[in-house]
Design a binder for this molecule. Structure first.
Ligand SMILES: NC(=O)C1=CN([C@@H]2O[C@H](COP(=O)(O)OP(=O)(O)OC[C@H]3O[C@@H](n4cnc5c(N)ncnc54)[C@H](OP(=O)(O)O)[C@@H]3O)[C@@H](O)[C@H]2O)C=CC1
Ligand SMILES: CC(C)(CO)C(=O)C(=O)O
Length: 312
């Protein structure tokens, strides 16, 4: 199978290097020249626990070098998705299947809007990774990959992708309705990410303060009500699950904390912002999610974080 990963950051490099070990013809594509040049020279260097190892992977900034692929895995940040989908003609043929494992809502819609004629898969990843520098990532933890059909794909093609993920130690789990796990993950991010970013605290500290815990619970409950109204089959007890994850990842800094800390934009629009937007469409109030969205937006301005040329 010929595969391209668009967005070779923390997660793209992790998935790309693992998938390449299954023998797939795999390409990493990114806009960051220095990173790609380092991968071309040394492969992806992975730190995991005390171990450090390198996996050779083909990498390029030039899509025309790759040609049409069977599977295109999108791993840019959610605010980069629309722009990243613009110029994919060298990679896309009639048989190309898209796959998004990005966080938040709206990535799948953006792919459907532009490439609705192609087969599209979606899912979630509970692996964790950080980009350390050009050609180098740290795998923070291994988890599982949920996979499901969004549009146009056959169960055979989904199983073929799952089989490849199995061989690549990416622990796939096929889901009948993939919106369920996408929202399950969203509910956790809704409760943890913005609050930790605003307070500049690790995840576990949310549990130590009555007020923060209240806001976490309210944000998740509001989003749960929206999911119910939209008839998304989420798992039970999302508030308890979110608190448990805050506890288990107690010393970790959330991705939104890290983005703000590193002077980057956040995925707030695809997380709390999208919950608030979906709520409006079904006539539900989401005051806590709206407030968190406004505060992160203000913080982004206060820190004078600029949009990249790759963002929408
Ligand atoms: N990191 C994690 O542990 C997890 C992340 N996720 C989700 O996965 C997604 C990716 O996250 P992550 O890997 O951390 O993000 P990163 O920012 O590390 O990686 C994204 C990469 O895509 C590049 N990029 C941007 N636009 C384009 C484009 N048009 N074409 C090619 N490459 C482009 C970026 O370059 P530049 O930096 O120059 O913009 C960057 O190198 C997000 O939705 C995130 O929420 C999900 C689970 C865990
Ligand atoms: C689960 C959690 C909150 C872990 O930090 C996460 O997914 C994130 O930081 O984006």
């Amino acid at each position: 199978m010929k595969i391209a990963v668009l967005g070779a950051g923390a997660m793209g490099s992790l998935y790309g290097s693992f998938l390449s070990q299954s023998g797939a013809d795999l390409w990493l594509i990114d806009i960051w020249k220095e990173h790609i040049e380092e991968i071309q020279k040394k492969g992806i260097t992975i730190e995991e626990g005390e171990a450090s190892y390198s996996i050779p992977v083909k990498a390029t900034i030039d899509k025309s070098q790759v040609g049409p692929v069977d599977l295109l895995l999108i791993f840019v940040k959610s605010y980069q998705t629309k722009k990243a989908l613009e110029d994919l003609s060298p990679l896309i043929g009639e048989e190309t299947t898209f796959l998004t494992l990005q966080n938040g809502l709206g990535n799948d819609e953006a792919i459907v809007e532009r490439y609705g004629q192609n087969a599209i898969l979606a899912g979630t990843s509970s692996f964790g990774a950080t980009l350390l520098g050009p050609g180098r990532i740290r795998v923070a933890g291994r988890g599982e990959t949920t996979l499901g059909i969004l549009r146009g794909a056959t169960t055979e093609s989904l199983e073929k992708v799952a089989q490849l993920f199995r061989q690549s130690q990416l622990n796939p789990r096929i889901e009948e309705n993939v919106q369920g796990p996408i929202w399950d993950k969203l509910l956790v991010n809704v409760g943890i990410n913005a609050l930790t970013a605003l307070m500049q605290i690790p995840n576990g500290r949310l549990l130590d303060h009555k007020g923060l815990l209240y806001l976490l619970e309210q944000a998740v409950r509001e989003a749960e009500e929206v999911a119910k109204a939209l008839q998304v089959p989420t798992s039970p007890q999302p508030v308890e699950k979110t608190k448990k994850i805050a506890q288990v990842t107690g010393h970790n800094f959330s991705s939104m904390y890290q983005d703000l800390h590193n002077g980057r934009r956040t995925e707030i629009d695809a997380i709390n912002g999208k919950v608030a937007a979906c709520a409006k469409s079904v006539g539900l109030p989401t005051p806590v999610n709206e407030t968190l969205g406004l505060l992160i937006e203000a913080m982004t301005e206060v820190k004078q974080i600029k949009r990249n040329r790759s963002d929408t």
